[in-house]
Ligand binder design. Structure first.
Ligand code: SF4
Length: 325
């Protein structure tokens, strides 16, 4: 995606939920998009498949789906609705935090997977049912021959999330967008689901875009991390570098707020100072300046930082040089 901008046009003004975000996820890799609630992560993810609803509107940018072989990429923002429906599930699938929001309550999970497969592939009902059973088995649902005829409410939260992943992967998508897929789950199930996603990624070679507020989850699975604040990416780079040697004061504060395995007893966890400002009140200059411990008066509140490369990380902070007026 290049320079994506998604705004909420409300009676009182415009909320710039996503304001010029550029990200890419190569095949077989995992990008974690992290940040506090309200930083624009989920709106970014939903914009990819044009799943934002009024009053939200995508007002600019490109979302390019590159073909596996040579050829022109498809701009999803310019694609006709019919073409976009073909892309959903078959090329790009989404998993949400709450599977009940995506699964139909009145259909069995098998019927829902079968419908998704047959919508995109020319296969008979029996073959699609066998695919559904196979996928339910692959995601660790016991006795899939029987569970395929279960309704979502007959499954536990962890099983429903697995069923949602089975449905998302049933058409072998090239990109899986997982929006807080484990937030509602206990830690054991969370670890199992993350392992499962990694195994399936290796098996199918898909790209994963993981939306999470949890840096521990990002550290566990991501190759690359993008940190968002108030609709902008403020830091991006290899997960190992961003999470161990963060450059941006916001990322540094996020990292300090997370418990570390092996940390010395005296090490204190410190929450990020202040709160995300209300959406209408975008601070001047650097959007993070009211909360920043490294704030430079007359500079950070005036000048909008551009992204610069520092070591192997891209960072938008005036501590690292270049400026834009
Ligand atoms: Fe802090 Fe200034 Fe950097 Fe913004 S530009 S993060 S206020 S030091």
């Amino acid at each position: 995606m290049r320079s994506l901008r998604t705004h909420f046009e409300l009676g009182d003004g415009v909320v710039k939920a996503v304001d010029g975000v550029s990200l890419s996820v190569p095949r077989g890799r995992t990008l974690a998009v992290v940040g506090e609630s309200g930083c624009g992560k989920s709106v970014t993810a939903r914009s990819i498949l044009r799943l934002v609803e009024k009053p939200a509107r995508i007002v600019g940018g490109e979302i390019l789906l590159h073909p596996d072989s040579d050829g022109e990429p498809l701009d999803l923002l310019a694609a006709k609705d019919k073409r976009l429906r073909q892309v959903r599930w078959a090329d790009i699938a989404m998993v949400f935090q709450e599977p009940m929001a995506s699964l139909s309550l009145v259909h069995t999970i098998g019927d829902q997977i079968i419908e998704a497969v047959r919508l995109h592939e020319n296969v008979g009902k029996q073959a699609a049912r066998e695919r559904a059973i196979e996928m339910l088995g692959r995601v660790g649902i016991p006795d899939p021959q029987r569970r395929v005829d279960s309704y979502p409410f007959q499954l536990s939260g962890g099983m429903r999330q697995r069923a949602m992943i089975a449905m998302a992967l049933s058409c072998r998508p090239r990109l899986l967008i997982a929006d807080e897929p484990t937030t509602a789950l206990d830690v054991t199930t969370q670890a199992q689901i993350l392992d499962l996603l990694q195994d399936l990624q290796q098996e199918f070679g898909m790209a994963i875009m993981l939306i999470t507020h949890d840096l521990g989850v990002a550290a566990q699975v991501a190759d690359e991390v993008a940190v968002m604040y108030l609709g902008e990416v403020v830091e991006q780079g290899p997960a190992s570098a961003v999470l161990s040697q963060p450059k941006h004061p916001y990322t540094q504060a996020l990292v300090r707020s997370v418990p570390r395995l092996g940390a010395r007893g005296q090490e204190r966890l410190v929450a990020v100072r202040g709160t995300v400002p209300p959406p209408y009140e975008r601070p001047s200059g650097c959007r993070f300046h009211p909360r920043c411990d490294a704030f430079m008066a007359g500079k950070c509140d005036v000048t909008v930082p551009t992204r610069v490369r520092s070591d192997e990380i891209d960072v938008a902070c005036l501590l690292y040089g270049e400026e834009k007026s």
